[in-house]
Design a protein around this ligand. Sequence first.
Ligand code: TYD
Ligand code: MG
Length: 453
Amino acid sequence: MSPPRRTRSIYRCAECGHDHPKWVGRCEACGVWNAVAEEPVTERPPHRARPSSRPSVVPSPLSDIEASRLIRWTTGLPEFDFVLGGGIVPGSLSLIGGEPGIGKSTLLLQAAARLRAAGRHVLYASGEESPEQIRLRADRMIEDAGPVLALGETRLEAVLEVTRKSGVELLVIDSIQTVYTEELESAPGSVGQVRECAARLMRFAKETGTAVVVVGHVTKGGAIAGPKTLEHIADTVLYFEGETSLDYRLLRATKNRFGSVDELGVFSMTGQGLAAVPNPSAVFLAARSGETSGSAVTALMEGTRPVLVEVQALAAPSGYGTPQRVATGIDPKRLAVLLAVLERRGGSSFGQLDVFVQVSGGVRLREPGADLAVAAALLSSLHNRPTPPDALYLGEIGLGGEIRPVGALERRLTEAGRLGFQRVFCSRPNAPPPNLRAVSLSHVDELVHTLAA
Ligand code: TYD
Ligand code: MG
């Protein structure tokens, strides 16, 4: 039987599914801009009239299905393996997103080199850089990337053919925005191309057992271009983030079919590529001076691992009519809520002050358990009194000013104890923590009391 013939493309809206005969910037049905993408239409031979001639499919009880052991290839880059949940899974499609220049290519070339050294056949296909440029990068790394196969090719069909023929076990595509399939007429990087290429790579991975890792650039808005479409196709989605001006790079899993999500891996960019940072808390607190006001330490749960970070705040008289609120690493709305609670429930006014808040190491505060540390840093700056250098702040603050407990208290305190913290300000714990002295607070006015002169 001849393979299905492709005859034409359709242009489908990703929002409402409406089909257009040609590309339009705005969907004719739902009116959304930039959601229409090209898709291939394959024409299949007409269905046979007699369904009995088709092979029948039979479902089977789950208990009859043989459980295969999940194999993982460890790359030997500890933080990378940790975030992946133990290593790369054969036959899986992983996506690594991040802004340009953050270190995605470096990380993958290092992982590729280590896997090659462990005996895996690796192909690094790059449309971003020529093989000469990849070689230059490889020369800087400690790892020996010499035996890694490199290919400067953007035609997906060609890349897959080479992969199949040369028995490659790990295929790296750098990046999904530069590859294209000849099946579609749209340009590489367009939503249709990105989605179709990712879907083909997924099928290829599942059919051949090849592990495929794809780099995806994140656009300014934060979405991986070919927006969310890639995330649901991939088995594992990792984001590489951090301030490019800082040395630290944070790798986080936001989706993982083979492990837990939200695990955080920390790397530092060195002259010889990326180095894993095995003890992030110590690094994030390294520059902290106990004598400055406007600083408080909290312990965040990043996936299963506690990480200590310093929250810094500065309240300064405003030179303008409307005071500024600048938040880095914390949601500005959360900051506004905390300022309002401190004002109404704690009697501490920031009304005419500019307020700046930031978090060490480029970490983002995602959990409300960090509220108490933010409030302590704000009050400490307001009253110009440093928080105790050995104190940790843990607690969520409610709109009534009440302080609520945080989860995983023991794990957070163990990490804090390891780094020499002696006491923890938190809502009354069920049992006194074994290693730190608990100072229980039930309301923000008690916190104000500890920091006001
Ligand atoms: P790169 O991996 O090219 O980023 P991406 O693929 O995410 O765009 O790395 C970008 C930066 O890292 C670049 O500015 C150079 C720097 N770098 C180092 O500082 N040390 C090194 O050993 C390497 C390879 C790169
Ligand atoms: Mg790159």
